[in-house]
Design a protein around this ligand. Structure first.
Ligand code: DGY
Length: 321
């Protein structure tokens, strides 16, 4: 009998994922869900054939260079791979995969939740009732803005952007999008294409970000681009905190240039930005876009599918390098 490959799963995953992994691999789990530093990643890599990490593990250039030669594949439990230095992995000949598709609907749900919460002042309302400070009601009380019939701008019309467009269709919103390429009409489904973010922003009452964090998209939403947005617009981010210059966002929220923001991701994670937390017109969640029971299983299974293919000598479906 040949021995099973040794697989290290760096974080605590869904029970179904861990059971399947334990069936098919000689698996190292993390029942206490400890977060590993880059030095610990290097040390732990010494006796494993494969690592199944999350976006919480940083594989920068130096860490990748120091990983054990034994590691052959990094099967990420995430669609975003900004925590992985892909050129460094390529140079080491280590295969890297991710988990696209399976989290698009869950993330789109959170984008809608953030849009509505920001537009209808849900955070403020919750704090008021919860704090026992709800003392009166009047027609001028807690008035927000309606999303129905407004113009929604989707920056990055990939899988998640398309899922947002589909989910929001019941709201009768006019959909605008920017993307590297214009989509074919069947996929566009009536959405209006803008070749650049600059061209998109002046048209939209709500802008939602769905592009990856790459060197080109760091601080995509900066002071210049906030100036291009409509007065009183709303910004939503479920992608990566790196896409927003948070100081510029705070200025735009404080001056009233933006009405509100709904954020699931931050430059500093975990933790967020205490200056954003002081603003009533920001609704925030702790990076839970993909955190549903269904999606956690699907992400775990997709990562394991990639590992199974690799160890069976086939091309993993979601191979990036
Ligand atoms: C992803 O998959 O990129 C999500 O942000 C969770 O890691």
């Amino acid at each position: 009998m040949t021995s099973k490959p040794v697989l290290w799963i760096t974080r605590k995953l869904s029970a179904a994922t861990e059971e399947r992994a334990a069936r098919d691999y000689d698996v190292r789990l993390n029942p206490d869900d400890k977060v590993f530093t880059p030095d610990e990643l290097v040390r732990m890599s010494g006796d494993v054939d494969a690592i199944l990490p999350c976006h919480s593990e940083l594989f920068d250039q130096d860490t990748v260079a120091r990983l054990s030669d034994r590691v052959k594949i990094i099967a990420n439990h995430s669609v975003g791979v900004d925590h992985c230095n892909l050129p460094a992995f390529k140079a080491r000949g280590i295969v890297v995969t991710n988990t696209p598709d399976v989290l698009s609907d869950a993330t789109a749900e959170i984008a809608l939740l953030l849009m509505l919460a920001a537009a209808r002042r849900a955070g403020e309302g919750d704090r008021l009732v919860r704090g026992g400070r709800w003392a009166s009601w009047s027609p001028s009380f807690m008035v927000g803005v309606q999303s129905t019939g407004k113009r929604l701008g989707i920056v990055g019309m990939g899988r998640v952007g398309l899922a947002v467009a589909k989910l929001v269709s019941g709201f009768g919103m006019e959909i605008h999008y920017s993307n590297r390429r214009q989509l074919p009409p069947a996929l566009e489904a009536g959405a209006i294409y803008h070749p650049t973010v600059e061209a998109l922003l002046p048209h939209c009452d709500v802008v939602t970000l769905h592009c990856p964090a790459t060197p080109e998209t760091i601080d995509l939403m900066n002071a210049d681009r906030f100036r291009l947005m409509r007065d009183g617009a709303i910004l939503v981010n479920t992608a990566r905190g790196a896409l927003i210059d948070e100081d510029a966002l705070i200025d735009a929220l404080c001056t009233g240039k933006l009405r509100a923001a709904g954020l699931d991701v931050f430059k500093n994670e975990p933790g967020g930005n205490p200056r954003l937390a002081e603003l009533d017109n920001v609704f925030m969640l702790p990076h839970i876009g993909s955190a549903t029971r269904e999606t956690r299983d699907a992400m775990g299974f997709r990562a394991l599918d990639n590992l199974d293919a690799f160890f069976a000598g086939r091309e993993p479906r979601d191979r990036l390098v």
